[in-house]
Design a protein around this ligand. Structure first.
Ligand code: ZN
Ligand code: ZN
Length: 135
């Protein structure tokens, strides 16, 4: 099991890394803005593999392919923790940096390579999609 939390500790979670489906880095403009950095790095988990303790606030937006995204953050400190997608109800994306241990994540792809910042280029050792893999 892997424990994680927001910066202030008001929201915590436990996840079962054995159930992880994979991991990816997203360099899209929305992920850059919401993280304030060059990319969002996330583990893909089934909902059943993550237990969340504490209330999150959700920011709702529409993705480039019309999917309905809900980025969840701590209402107190603002740390970005999870992303939920209406069209993928069993999946929860967990931001890697919120975990106490994230070395186990198997990152296999970069999304939105076309908008990667010059100061945080895509990881050249794994597959890069110019946009979303589905696009
Ligand atoms: Zn917090
Ligand atoms: Zn993104």
């Amino acid at each position: 099991m892997v424990h994680g939390s927001c910066l202030c500790g008001q929201v915590e979670f436990d996840l079962d890394e054995a159930q992880a489906v994979g991991g990816f880095h997203c360099h899209c403009a929305d992920c850059r803005r919401i993280t304030g950095s060059g990319k969002a790095s996330m583990a893909i988990m089934p909902q059943s593999g993550v237990t969340i303790k504490g209330d999150v606030k959700r920011y709702d937006s529409t993705g480039t392919e019309g999917m309905h995204l809900h980025r969840a953050f701590c209402p107190n400190c603002g740390s970005q923790l999870f992303t939920f997608v209406d069209e993928m109800p069993d999946v929860i994306y967990v931001k890697a940096g919120t975990m106490d241990r994230s070395d186990w994540i198997n990152f296999t792809a970069n999304f939105w390579g076309q908008s990667a910042c010059s100061w945080l280029p895509v990881d050249g050792s794994i597959t890069t999609f110019e946009k979303n893999p589905s696009a």
